[in-house]
Design a binder for this molecule. Structure first.
Ligand code: KIV
Length: 264
């Protein structure tokens, strides 16, 4: 695949073409994914559950993220690589700059942070310093203890309005991408329509500009309970590369996610 950049993703936003995102934590899978039509690889801190066996992402360290980003970079063949800043590595703008720089030095093309409008100053500083960012809104797994579990967010008017305003504020501050997790499809649609930057969804309905899944979830080896928004792509595939390319195709032709994968 020719190298995917933010220019590619912004062009998709403008033409209405959808793109696919998948997590990876190692070189072998990064190589398969990047040759199967998936445009973006997320080195997610979900590795805390998937690789390390934790019940949350909170124990993941900067060293873990640097190591796995380097592994993914080594196997990648043209996908854009987004790397997660782990829990408490971006509590202040200064920490955000130092830790984002470390992920970029490891080979990431952009960083992802979880939060809301409170991140605006850090996002602006990253943008001014040449580091593109994706802000993860909705169900932000690093805040699982605040939420009291992995629960759908933005279900009432006040919280969906807060998510909408946060997304506008963060785009204004310089975020390059917004990622929405576990929100009603109506919320995903409203935010996607309002923003000029791409919106990636996971359990955010069919109208976002892109979809993301955790690799092991779509291969039917989830680290925990299977989530509603996950589709098992290995069930009808002859092998893993076929499962991944079917996922990419279904995201692009809009057949994934189906109603059964979405929240009302
Ligand atoms: O860490 C991760 O894999 C993620 C996805 C669930 C979006 O943030």
């Amino acid at each position: 695949m020719s190298k995917v950049t933010l220019i590619t993703l912004n062009a998709y936003k403008n033409t209405g073409e959808k793109f696919a995102v998948l997590t990876a934590y190692d070189a072998t899978f990064a190589n398969v994914i990047s040759q199967s039509g998936v445009e973006v690889i997320l080195v997610g801190d979900s590795l805390g559950m998937v690789l390390q066996g934790s019940d949350s992402t909170l124990a993941v360290s900067m060293q873990d993220m640097i190591y796995h980003t380097e592994c993914v970079v080594a196997g990648n063949n043209g996908a854009l690589i987004m790397a997660d800043l782990p829990f408490m590595s971006y509590a202040t703008p200064e920490q955000t700059m130092v830790n984002s720089a470390a992920l970029m030095r490891a080979g990431a093309n952009m960083v992802k942070l979880e939060g809301g409008a409170w991140l605006a100053q850090s996002i602006k500083m990253l943008d001014e310093r040449g580091i593109p960012s994706c802000v993860h809104l909705g169900l932000t797994p690093q805040a699982v203890n605040k939420f009291g579990g992995y629960k759908v967010q933005g279900r009432d008017d006040a919280s969906s309005e807060r998510l909408y305003q946060d997304a506008l504020t963060l785009e204004q501050a310089g975020a390059s991408i917004i990622l929405l997790e576990c929100v009603p499809s109506t919320v995903g649609k409203r935010i996607t329509k309002a923003l000029n930057i791409p919106v990636i969804g996971i359990g955010a309905g069919p109208d976002t500009d892109a979809q993301v899944l955790v690799l092991q979830d779509m291969l039917n080896i989830p680290a925990g309970k299977k989530a509603k928004f996950v589709k098992n792509y290995i069930a009808d595939a002859k092998d893993i590369p076929t499962a991944i390319s079917t996922y990419a195709e279904e995201v692009k032709n809009g057949s994934f996610p189906a109603a059964e994968h979405c929240f009302k």
